[in-house]
Design a binder for this molecule. Structure first.
Ligand code: NAP
Length: 300
């Protein structure tokens, strides 16, 4: 990594962080991370770098050349940067998705990590006050976020996990690859893939305790990823979409289910873990929450 020494007051390479993704016009990460840097007294900056599809690996080469301090990685690069880092954390290896890039302790190698798993588990607990132990979980979607949710559920003692996706082969591939990554353990959850057929969805929801939306459906404020009548009184609903804060799914879950929340707490917790990886100090989570809340209120 490039030296962090520079002329007084000048941001130097090792203190510049950012997010790569496409598109990035609505990202809250710069607001959350810059608030954390300020609250922790760090003279670091965090910027949004719009990197078109297919260019994720080249962006990591730029990180090496420019000596950037660290990167967040979002859609569509979470999988394509896997081969551009020098090593992977166990969780990134298990779910085959990277959302955080940092430097190794000696500062010469890039490490890919994934903080979405921790963000999901802590966000769920913080928003709905529930854990995953013994739960039957239905996950809608089959992308990087769905893999993180499934892994979080596996690692935290879920009893049964059903992955439902509009492209059934992708749901099957999530189940297959996560099953492959599960180490022998006392309790192995049942893992299944299912299609988005509405009557099948109603059926899998009927016996589930928790429904998680890991698709962008609902970010338009109109779409609901499952039939509203699939939500029953015993079903908790967690939507990873954080804007708008009350998606149609959250509204339906709040009206008919056991409790419902959007993904803002997950966003904050995954960002807090990124901050800790880069800085080595505890994240100022209240400052991050406040900054995110203000940005969302301003956008409504
Ligand atoms: P991704 O890798 O692009 O995967 C998206 C998945 O959603 C795919 O399975 C896709 O299906 C499916 N999908 C897309 N539009 C859909 C629709 N209208 N109806 C049904 N399925 C649909 O994205 P990702 O990284 O997993 O992220 C998914 C969502 O989670 C995004 O909205 C993202 O912002 C959110 N997220 C939130 C947090 C947080 O901290 N709160 C963290 C990570 C992600 P196909 O494969 O058929 O295209």
């Amino acid at each position: 990594m490039a030296s962090t020494e520079g002329p007084a007051g000048t941001p130097v390479a090792g203190r510049v962080f950012g997010i790569i993704g496409y598109p990035l016009e609505h990202t809250l990460s710069p607001i959350i991370q810059n608030a954390a840097f300020r609250a922790a007294g760090l003279d670091w900056v965090y910027a949004a770098f719009e990197v078109p599809p297919g260019e994720g690996a080249r962006a990591l080469e730029a990180m090496r050349v420019l000596g950037l301090g660290g990167l967040s990685v979002t859609i569509p690069h979470k999988e394509s940067v896997l081969s551009a880092v020098d090593s992977l954390s166990p969780v990134a290896e298990a779910i085959q998705a990277v959302n955080t890039v940092s430097w190794s302790a000696e500062g010469s190698e890039l490490v890919g990590d994934n903080t979405d798993v921790r963000g999901f588990v802590q966000g769920l607990n913080s928003s709905l006050g529930i854990s995953l132990e013994g739960r039957s979980v239905v996950v809608i979607g089959a992308g990087g976020a769905a893999r993180a949710v499934v892994w979080g559920a596996v690692e935290n003692g879920a009893r049964k996990i059903t992955v439902v996706a509009r492209t059934p082969s992708r749901a099957a591939s999530v189940v297959e690859s996560i099953a492959y990554s599960i180490r022998p353990r006392a309790h192995t959850p049942s893992l299944e893939a299912a299609s988005m057929d509405p009557s099948l969805l109603r059926e899998v929801c009927e016996t589930a305790d928790l429904l998680v939306n890991a698709t962008p459906a609902g970010s338009d404020g109109k779409t609901i990823p499952v039939p509203a009548d699939a939500i029953h009184r015993g079903l908790y609903v967690y939507d990873l979409v954080y804007f708008p804060p009350r998606t149609p799914l959250v509204e339906a879950g709040a009206g008919s289910g056991a409790g419902a929340a959007g993904g803002l707490e997950m966003l904050i917790h995954q960002g807090a873990r990124q901050f800790e990886i880069w800085s080595g100090v505890r994240a100022p989570i209240e400052a991050m929450r406040l900054a995110a809340g203000e940005a969302i209120s301003a956008a409504l």
